[in-house]
Design a protein around this ligand. Structure first.
Ligand code: MSP
Length: 520
């Protein structure tokens, strides 16, 4: 079976991971976890982009040798991803031999085929973005992307014949409407390609921290050519082969989703597919560009001092609440504004008062009035009549990367179940009407069971905790695969949660203790 292959961008090691990097990585992780639950074999890749002038500069400022420096910062990324419970299957560093050798092989192959040729390059260069700009692209003489100063550079360079792929790219966008996602970003790319593509300079002679061109080592490979290749080098592509689609690479490729921020959409939807076409490799199925976070209305930047460190948020609110917030607060794809106030509000209203409270009241009533025994009734709970339909809908939302819609549906179950408790008032059901009480609590505990499963991709730790509190013994992710399979393959069958006889709830502290307002 082909694996479901999902990638994040590889992050530059000249800065430490911040909320923007965390956003892409958490979103990719949520998708990877869902796909695993729904029975797919997943390959989830992330990593670090370690070459180029900007990294060389950062390493010399730190006083370390480049390789020591990049390894240290890559280590910071790895540690941060562990903290955020990122379930990546591989982590690629572009300074690893497995990557460098394959980039060199690809470059030589394109030189031989004539898709890369030697010429002279002269234009305005922004070191921070590692990109050349023409005079007309500059904004008030500065870099149009970051606003920093640019300088005129002239160098011998190898060029990739990007212009040759114009009509093939347009044709691909036309025939594969999901390739450019979300849809509202499509026109930007179509217009860019239609306005004419220039050949792309893909080597540098002024920089030595990079991958040397094998046949002409005074050149190093341009960082974007180097970086984009990570998506095929990590799963083991041999670009020199006459047919690169061999195992293990062919088990992963084509990638199902390249997740990227909107500012690097063009690199992934114009340059990258053209490189793949030149190499004779099929194109990824989808490139999805999400929006950017500002912080309290302002652009996040080191100089403003408003960079949000995911570690601080995790220390304050817990990893799961932070992951939940990132994908709950704004529809995935559009820009959003981060504020701790908004995070605190979501935490208290949805996690503490809604989900946490639902678990607390359900387990408390079952402990007190039913001796802790989970009612093991053998029918489809009324609250979950539409569960199989909902799972199918949810699966569709995931395919569109509509994480906000997934969470909206999940919150709907929480709200409905809490309202049900308010109406049924199980605490007031007299002791001699135990059967009635069992029926009410069966509804609640069934909701909690599916909530633990549905929330698992977003909140793996708290979901496991809910799972334990309701007395489930099987490992959550294993049980979830069976439960979701049944719903996804369902022929409109009714859903039954299946509790074991003698299953008991466990009491404990609230899983999301309410937080007092702390805010500036
Ligand atoms: N190294 C390149 C990517 C090469 S991929 C072959 C790069 N690295 S980066 O470190 O600058 O990371 C860029 C990514 O970080 C963006 O695409 C986006 O995913 C994320 N973000 C960085 N700042 C962000 C925000 N303020 N908001 C949301 N995400 C942003 O570009």
């Amino acid at each position: 079976m082909k694996k479901f292959y999902i990638t994040t961008p590889i992050y530059y090691v000249n800065s430490l991971p911040h909320i923007g990097h965390a956003y892409t990585t958490v979103a990719s992780d949520v998708l990877a976890r869902w796909k695993r639950l729904s029975g797919r074999d997943v390959f989830f890749l992330t990593g670090t982009d370690e070459h180029g002038g900007k990294i060389a500069q950062a390493s010399s400022e730190s006083g370390e040798k480049p390789k020591e420096f990049v390894n240290r910062i890559a280590g910071e990324y790895k540690a941060r991803w562990r903290l955020l419970n990122i379930s990546n299957d591989d982590f690629i560093q572009t300074s690893e031999p497995r990557h460098m050798e394959r980039v060199q092989a690809a470059f030589e192959k394109l030189l031989k085929s004539g898709d890369i040729y030697k010429g002279i390059y002269e234009d305005w260069y922004c070191i921070s973005d590692e990109a050349y700009f023409s005079e007309s692209e500059l904004q008030e003489g500065k870099c149009p992307t970051c606003g920093r100063a640019v300088s005129k550079l002239k160098e011998e360079s190898y060029f990739f014949k990007l212009s040759k792929f114009e009509s093939r790219l347009l044709d691909h966008y036309e025939k594969n409407p999901d390739f450019l996602s979300p849809k509202f970003r499509r026109n930007e790319i179509l217009n860019f390609v239609k306005s004419g593509l220039r050949d792309l300079s893909v080597s540098r002679t002024r920089i030595d921290w990079g991958i040397p061109v094998l046949s002409d080592p005074k050149h190093v490979v341009y960082v974007w050519f180097d970086a984009l290749m990570n998506y095929i080098t990590a799963p083991g592509c041999d670009p020199a082969a006459s047919n690169p689609m061999q195992p293990p690479f062919s088990q992963c490729w084509p990638a199902d989703v390249h997740m990227v921020g909107k500012e690097i959409f063009r690199f992934h939807t114009v340059i990258w597919p053209a490189m793949l076409m030149a190499l004779g490799i099929p194109l990824p199925k989808k490139v999805f560009a999400h929006g950017w976070w500002t912080v309290e209305g302002a652009k996040m930047s080191k100089s403003t001092g408003n960079v949000v460190d995911p570690q601080k948020m995790v220390e304050e609110y817990g990893v799961d609440a932070f992951r939940y917030f990132l994908l709950r607060e704004v529809p995935f794809g559009t820009d959003g504004d981060f504020s701790e106030r908004a995070l605190l509000m979501r935490y208290n209203s949805e996690l503490a008062n809604n989900l946490g409270n639902l678990l607390q009241r359900t387990t408390t009533i079952i402990s007190k009035n039913l001796d802790g025994l989970v009612p093991n009734l053998k029918y489809s709970p009324a609250l979950l009549q539409e569960f199989p339909e909902l799972i199918k809908k949810t699966d569709g939302f995931y395919d569109e990367l509509a994480f906000g819609d997934v969470l909206e549906a999940i919150v709907g179950i929480m709200v409905k179940t809490n309202q049900f408790i308010d109406v049924k008032k199980p605490w007031a059901i007299p002791a001699d009407q135990k059967g009635d009480l069992q029926k009410v609590m069966y509804e609640c505990i069934s909701s909690l069971k599916v909530l633990a499963v549905l929330l698992f991709p977003f909140m793996p730790e708290k979901s496991r905790l809910i799972w334990e509190r309701i007395g489930e013994k099987e490992e959550l992710s294993t049980a979830a695969v069976a439960l979701l399979q049944a719903a996804l393959s369902g022929k409109g069958r009714e859903f039954q949660p299946h509790f074991s006889s003698g299953q008991t709830v466990a009491k404990g502290e609230p899983i999301f203790p309410r937080k007092a307002g702390i805010l500036k």
